[in-house]
Write a protein that binds this ligand. Structure first.
Ligand code: ADP
Ligand code: MG
Length: 577
């Protein structure tokens, strides 16, 4: 066959294939146009999964009558007019491809009336060919109707799923936009029935409530983090781990409120939830990244589903930290989930975040003074005697690793290492705030030789590490003289302790603030280990110390310090309920 230029209708169909894959692609493009038009109300109606019929009605600025035919030409847009604007795209659309692509594969009717005009304009097209047009009375705004989608492309139509599954995609999409644009009132009608209505009152939490219902909405934690130096910010919601899902579709991401898919962002969020969800469970989040327009390339995917970031690392770590911070600040006690096969399924969180108040109810009024584990040094730390009045009663020790305790709400397993880590960590931060590093001089200085990566970590954290009680002097290229250690550490093998701590700090350094890294690493090193046998007074003292920390339910790395087995579940396991 000789080379020929494709007939325009066929070329248009091929090009449309990239933009319009299925009904939800049409809805996405139309909703984005309505948003760009400044609409405050957007109604989406579909029938037969959108294959039969789609209608999107908005009250946005409308299109002047004389521009309507042009809007169906390929590469016709009112949103860009010079190449340099492509670096600062603030609108959802900019490619000028949606309307012609939709028209090429369906029957389209547009009715539109700019505010201030007395009459509107109507135009109908069939497989991209204009049929009829003329003025028509209609409300200000724009209505697009799309019927017979892929009627001229039987192959494409065959690839569609059931109406039900195409409907589900449309519902997900409209829900996502409703979350990102709480100031817009969204309505979705499916086969005549309202399936979503948002208030459009600019209250993000009410949009969440409308989309997800009260059970999830109540467990949604607000995320907010910004970096004023760079203009980056992360905002949105992340669900408490009690409302996990079995797949990733509930992780929704926006960049400057543009709905996108990003494996990197999913990964950042999953990292933030590390240790809080069981394997194969995924979080529910709706996260918007605010990024300077010129630091994100939106023109990298025909359906605008993906973007490229100029600084992947910054995006990743800001997102991960923002979500983690929200989770740690609100972490409840993990609780035994309704067990199907005995106790093997614990690790879930209770369904209400109010559970964080459950563990230490009796103690808030003070009571007998507990021995100060964290303040004592090294091996001496746990040899304290005296039974504090703890609200959790120690029952025993399991595998020399977990403290078994009883509380008002049932049984608790406390990870002794994680719990002590939390106690030491908080004590270190407090001492730093009070500017009293508790330092313990060594009888004779010890020289420590570091690997290049440890040396770098040390140099970067020299100040932080001094604030916690280390005294170090450079002694050759990568050798240091250690003169004092934090009094929280056992003074034997101080060099090894320093290297251990640098090891941990190097691993963690990417995701935390510098001072916290050092404190977390020192705490981890100083804390009692798993496998260490504890006496009952030691265990009680530890629980009492833990209770006094502001975040008793997670260790400084964010892992849970305790797991809760509610009386209800225990009784149910024994058939008493
Ligand atoms: P793009 O959104 O990339 O500009 P489209 O093909 O989606 O391209 O739309 C073409 C043009 O039609 C838009 O630039 C806009 O001027 C106009 N338009 C489309 N939909 C609407 C709408 N709902 N309200 C107002 N104008 C619209
Ligand atoms: Mg568009």
């Amino acid at each position: 066959m000789p080379i020929r230029i494709l007939p325009p209708a066929l070329a248009a169909q091929i090009a449309a294939g990239e933009v319009i894959e299925r009904p939800v692609s049409v809805v996405k493009e139309l909703v984005e146009n309505s948003i760009d038009a400044g609409a405050s109300q957007i109604t989406v109606e579909i029938r037969g999964g959108g294959v039969e019929y789609i209608r999107v009605v908005d009250d946005g600025v409308g299109v002047p009558a004389e521009e309507v035919p042009l809007s169906f030409q390929r590469h016709a847009t009112s949103k860009l007019d010079s190449p340099d604007q492509l670096d600062h795209v603030a609108t959802m659309g900019f490619r000028g491809e949606a309307l012609p692509s939709i028209a090429a594969v369906s029957h389209v009717t547009i009715q539109t009336r700019p505010h201030g005009e007395t009459a509107g304009f109507r135009m109908a097209l069939r497989w991209g060919e204009p049929l009829e047009s003329g003025s028509e009375g209609c409300a200000p705004g724009t209505t697009l109707e799309v019927a017979e989608l892929f009627g001229n492309q039987p192959a494409r139509r065959k690839f569609l799923r059931s109406a039900q599954s195409e409907t589900a995609r449309v519902q997900e999409l409209v829900s996502s936009y409703a979350l990102a644009f709480p100031e817009v009132r969204f309505r979705l009608l499916n086969d005549g029935r309202a399936s979503l209505t948002t208030p459009g009152n600019d209250q993000p939490r009410e949009a969440v409530l409308a989309v997800y219902g009260s059970q999830i909405a109540e467990n949604m934690l607000e995320i907010h983090a910004e970096d004023p130096d760079t203009g980056y910010a992360v905002e949105g919601f992340a669900a408490a781990p009690s409302v996990s899902r079995a797949n990733r579709t509930y992780m929704t991401f926006f960049v400057n409120r543009r709905l996108i898919q990003s494996r990197m962002l999913s990964f950042a969020v999953e990292e933030a939830y590390a240790g809080l969800l069981q394997t194969k469970r995924y979080p529910v989040t709706a996260i918007n990244l605010v990024i300077p327009y010129d630091e994100v390339d939106v023109n990298s995917h025909p359906a605008k589903r993906e973007v490229r970031f100029h600084n992947d690392n910054r995006v990743f770590s800001l997102t991960q930290r923002a979500v983690r911070a929200a989770l740690v600040a609100n972490s409840p006690v993990p609780s035994l989930a309704a067990p199907s096969n005995g106790f093997s399924s614990f690790g879930n969180f209770p369904s209400s975040s109010r559970a964080s108040g459950v563990v230490f109810p009796a103690s808030s009024g003070g009571g007998a003074k507990a021995p100060d584990i964290a303040g004592a040094s090294g091996a001496e730390a746990l040899s304290l005697l005296g039974r504090p009045a703890v609200p959790l009663r120690v029952v025993g020790q399991l595998k020399m690793t977990y403290i078994v305790a009883e509380g008002p709400e049932g049984m608790y397993l406390v990870d002794q290492h994680a719990a002590h880590e939390r106690v030491v960590f908080d004590r270190l931060l407090k001492r730093r705030e009070e500017m009293v590093p508790a330092s313990q001089p060594l009888l004779s200085p010890v020289s420590v030789e570091l690997t290049p990566s440890h040396a770098t970590t040390l140099q970067e954290n020299l100040e932080a590490i001094a604030t916690y009680g280390f005294q170090l002097e450079p002694f050759g290229e990568r050798t240091y003289l250690l003169r004092a250690v934090p009094s929280i550490l056992a003074p034997d093998e101080p060099g090894k302790a320093l290297i251990d701590i640098l090891d941990m700090a190097t691993l963690e350094g990417l995701t935390r603030q510098k001072e916290d890294v050092m404190a977390a690493s020192i705490a981890c090193h100083a804390a009692i280990r798993a496998g260490q046998s504890l006496t009952e007074p030691e265990m009680s003292a530890l629980l009492e110390q833990l209770e006094r920390t502001p975040n008793p339910h997670t260790c400084p790395h964010g892992r849970p310090t305790m797991v809760h087995f509610s009386s209800y579940h225990v009784e149910r396991e024994f058939g008493r309920r």
